[in-house]
Design a protein around this ligand. Structure first.
Ligand code: NAD
Length: 317
């Protein structure tokens, strides 16, 4: 098993020295483990919960308490967390694949909707005063010829997006629990899985490393808003610390095509070992992009790492 490679993404130390205790669900996953690292780096006490279905213990420092359980199993979650006190819950546990959700909607409903309900339950029982719900802009707004704002209609074409929208409604309607939902663009960076459970940048980087051809679905013109994980983590810390509630888009506002991505990776890594083209997959969007001006306007967050720099850091890691 690979050892936990310490995150060098953020080393923010809280100015007020107030330590808090946080639960991070999905804490052994790609994004969740970076959130755990960032909270610990500034002195917070963190417990991770994960069923390790796509996450990995090796993503976490051995000193991080990890509760291995299924977030959608209410009794098990209550049992394993009985008597725990948390100041904040960051809810990252989910099944995350658009195409898989079309094939397995019941699984996605159970993990995302029941899982969020249970995470909210834990937050209330443990006395938490802050709930950070991790959602997806990419799968929520459908096609976005213009980058979506929070006022854009929710037109989720996949079960993944629809259940994430349902989870948002649960988070915003839990009495007495201040909750914020962050709708993220496509996050990428170190620790993302390079097999088909990962994001396209990680999958491509893995293909380069193994010397196998890239698989491109459709003609490569599909565009996504790619957000470097350090920027995504910075939004989580701001959300944990602030008092804002409601929904915020967290993305760059820049849409990049798969073909452009391949060109940028080629500039860093040299030519790939070929490209295999396949038909477009059901549930995939042509263009997904997020307008995060609300987060910037309200001084919650703004993005700082451009794609070229994020790719350089990802490849270097
Ligand atoms: N990566 C992205 O581009 C992106 C974009 C928008 C939103 N998100 C959201 O960020 C969160 C983290 O996603 P990620 O990209 O790090 O994927 P990931 O698969 O690495 O993380 C999800 C984690 O949840 C765990 N998990 C899954 N089912 C569970 C269950 N039933 N009980 C407990 N744990 C369970 C997995 O083992 C994994 O560690 C998800 O909520 C996802 O929807 C990710």
């Amino acid at each position: 098993m690979a050892l936990h490679a310490p995150s060098t993404l953020l080393s923010t130390v809280k100015g007020d020295n107030s330590q808090m205790r946080a639960l991070v669900t999905g804490g052994a996953g790609f994004f969740g483990s970076h959130i755990v690292d960032a909270l610990r780096a500034r002195g917070d006490d963190v417990v991770a919960l994960d069923d390790l279905s796509t996450g990995d213990r090796a993503n976490l420092d051995p000193g991080v308490p990890l509760i291995v359980t299924d977030i959608s199993d209410r009794e098990a979650v209550r049992d394993r967390l009985a008597g725990e006190r948390f100041d904040a819950v960051v809810h990252a546990a989910a099944k995350t694949k658009v195409v898989e959700s079309v094939a397995q909607p019941a699984l996605y409903h159970r993990v995302i909707v029941n899982g969020t309900s249970n995470a909210l339950d834990v937050a209330q029982l443990s006395g938490a005063t802050r709930f950070v719900n991790i959602s997806t802009g990419g799968a929520l707004y459908g096609e976005t010829p213009q980058c979506a704002t929070e006022e854009s209609p929710i037109e989720a074409p996949s079960p993944y997006g629809r259940y994430k929208a349902e989870a948002e409604r649960l988070a915003s309607s839990t009495p007495g629990l201040p909750a914020i939902t962050l709708r993220f663009a496509n996050i990428y960076g170190p620790r993302q899985r390079t097999d088909l459970e990962g994001g396209v940048i990680a999958i491509f980087a893995g293909a380069w490393k193994r010397g196998v051809p890239l698989m491109i679905y459709g003609d490569g013109s599909a565009e996504r808003d790619y957000l470097y994980v350090a920027d995504a983590v910075a939004a989580i810390l701001a959300a944990v610390d602030g008092g804002a509630t409601g929904s915020y888009n967290i993305g760059t506002g820049v849409a990049t095509s798969v073909n452009d991505l391949v060109a940028q990776l080629t500039a860093l890594l040299g030519p790939p070992k070929g490209v295999v083209r396949a038909a477009e997959r059901a549930g995939e969007l042509q263009r997904s992009c997020l307008d995060s001006s609300k987060a910037a306007r309200e001084r919650l967050w703004r993005f700082s790492v451009p794609l070229a720099e994020g790719l350089r850091r990802t490849v270097a890691a």
